[in-house]
Design a protein around this ligand. Structure first.
Ligand code: ADP
Ligand code: GLC
Length: 463
């Protein structure tokens, strides 16, 4: 019997991506299908998604205080069956989530999406519904409420985003019965993420180190107690990367290809990047990231004086919080030849920076997995990271423990010194990184094993 899984996510390439969830939803689904199990992917039909020739495959009336009609469409793209949940009043907006007023009905938007996914999984007799992050977590609880035989699997990509909403939303969401401390209540609010943790057979997060970290107050964001109760059902599976999209030997988004046998292409990529960024000093240190407290920008800003004194160049590609961005822009203004901040979301530029830079910096406060350090390794760009979460599991050299600007500056300084003084060692570091295998093969296999356990538990627990 072929295992049939419904992957439920609020982001997936090639349609929508604000961070790593968009990469992982797509590349993991692709990898699982290659392993011979059927994994279909369901996501909201955001207004900016433009697809032709979809087939209507169903409609549901969803009650959320009042009745909302929702339509489902499907189309096979890149070998994956995509299912789109259409509710124009909820999803025909410019962006995806956001803090703005425009998104204050996120509870309703993702409540409806989750309910539609649960109804669909149940109707189509999927073996497992695999929900990702808070936006799809309620689908697990809705499955339980309808006493569905579909097994419930939950992956936490980012525990700091919890989807916590005012208590009154429990009524329109139909969750008054579950609004208590053992259920979805979380410090007086209704927590979508907590629903995922409480009502799933298996919980995973995206690296082994982070699966241990989230049991502690420092990294658990208040969920550590609930997670500790479920520690026997919690697993860490390291993310893989899409080695077809991120391949320096054959990347249409960079002008020169290269490999461990011939690194001259990387030099050319660096020259192009220097021209584009109009910077002068070497080595080139890069960051590509959401500009959010998670990513350690406060630490970077504190260390910038010391770092720039090393006469290096710094390139940052990122969008996000204005206060931090403003500070970075001030430093850029004062150091025109050494610093460039690109405040855009640009996939092509991301590839060019990963390929052209010498050092990739990721001083995260916490990092469930992180993908860009793996892209960097694969492109021969040496990472300097804080030893947390997936960064600890994927990077061997140049990592620091303490969340302190001195530790960051010292470790980065060591990398710069090696780059300048020990060419042989640097080349070996480049080659070692490029030879690592970050493909999904191993991790997708781990998911398959956990899916099997999840299905068995569904039958045994019969909750
Ligand atoms: P997170 O999911 O916490 O944002 P990850 O490292 O897992 O961090 O994934 C981030 C993804 O988003 C990577 O694919 C990265 O290349 C991409 N990314 C982040 N910011 C930008 C940007 N400004 N332009 C292009 N890609 C970006
Ligand atoms: C999250 C995490 C990041 C992880 C990504 C994909 O957004 O912040 O570390 O790589 O999800 O799992």
């Amino acid at each position: 019997m072929k295992m049939k899984i419904l992957m439920v996510t609020s982001e997936s390439l090639p349609f929508v991506k604000t961070g790593g969830l968009g990469d992982v939803s797509f590349s993991l689904t692709k990898a699982l299908n290659k392993l011979g199990i059927q994994v279909d992917l369901i996501l909201p039909l955001y207004g900016f998604i433009n697809i032709k020739d979809t087939k209507k495959i169903g409609e549901f009336n969803i009650f959320m205080g009042k009745k909302f009609p929702v339509e489902l469409f499907s189309k096979k793209i890149s070998g994956i069956r995509f299912i789109f949940v259409s509710s124009p009043v909820h999803f025909n907006r410019k962006g995806v989530y956001g803090e703005a007023k425009e998104y204050k009905d996120n509870w309703e938007r993702f409540g409806i999406f989750s309910k539609a996914a649960a109804d669909f999984a149940n109707r189509e007799k999927y073996h497992i519904l695999h929900a990702n992050d808070w936006q799809s977590a309620l689908s697990l609880l809705y499955l339980r409420k309808m006493k569905s035989p579909v097994s419930r699997f939950f992956t936490i990509h980012n525990i700091s985003y919890q989807g916590n909403f005012p208590a009154w939303t429990s009524r329109p969401l139909g969750l008054e019965e579950e609004f208590h401390p053992e259920g979805v209540e979380f410090f007086g609010k209704l927590s979508f993420l907590k629903a995922g943790i409480v009502y799933s057979e298996i919980i995973t997060t995206v690296s082994p180190t982070h699966s241990r970290e989230i049991l502690t107050p420092e990294f658990g964001f208040g969920m550590e107690g609930i997670l500790r109760k479920r520690r026997n059902d919690l697993f860490g599976v390291l993310n893989g990367i899409d080695t077809e999209v991120w391949n320096p030997k054959n990347d249409p988004l960079i002008r020169c290809s290269y490999s461990t046998e011939n690194l001259s292409g990387k030099e050319k990529c660096k020259e192009e990047l220097i021209k584009k960024a109009k910077i002068k000093f070497s080595p080139l240190i890069a960051m590509i990231s959401r500009i959010a407290p998670q990513k350690g920008f406060d630490l970077l800003i504190k260390s910038l004086e010391k770092i720039l004194a090393l006469r290096i160049s710094m390139i940052i590609l990122g969008r996000g919080e204005n206060s931090m961005l403003g500070k970075l822009k001030e430093w850029e203004k004062k150091n025109q030849q050494a610093m460039r901040v690109f405040n855009v979301f640009d996939e092509e530029l991301a590839h060019q920076i990963i390929a052209g830079a010498d050092i990739y910096l990721m001083p995260s406060k916490f990092e469930p997995c992180g993908l860009t350090q793996m892209y960097a390794l694969r492109y021969g760009t040496v990472p300097v990271v804080r030893a947390v979460g997936g960064l600890n599991d994927t990077v061997d050299d140049f990592k620091f423990e303490r969340y302190q600007s001195e530790a960051l500056a010292e470790t980065l300084g060591r990398a710069v010194k090696t780059f300048r003084n020990d060419k042989k060692k640097w080349e070996n570091l480049i080659k070692k990184g490029m030879s690592r295998d970050f493909s999904w093969l191993k991790s997708a296999g781990e998911y398959v094993k956990l899916y099997q356990i999840s299905m068995i538990r569904r039958r045994l627990w019969n909750l």
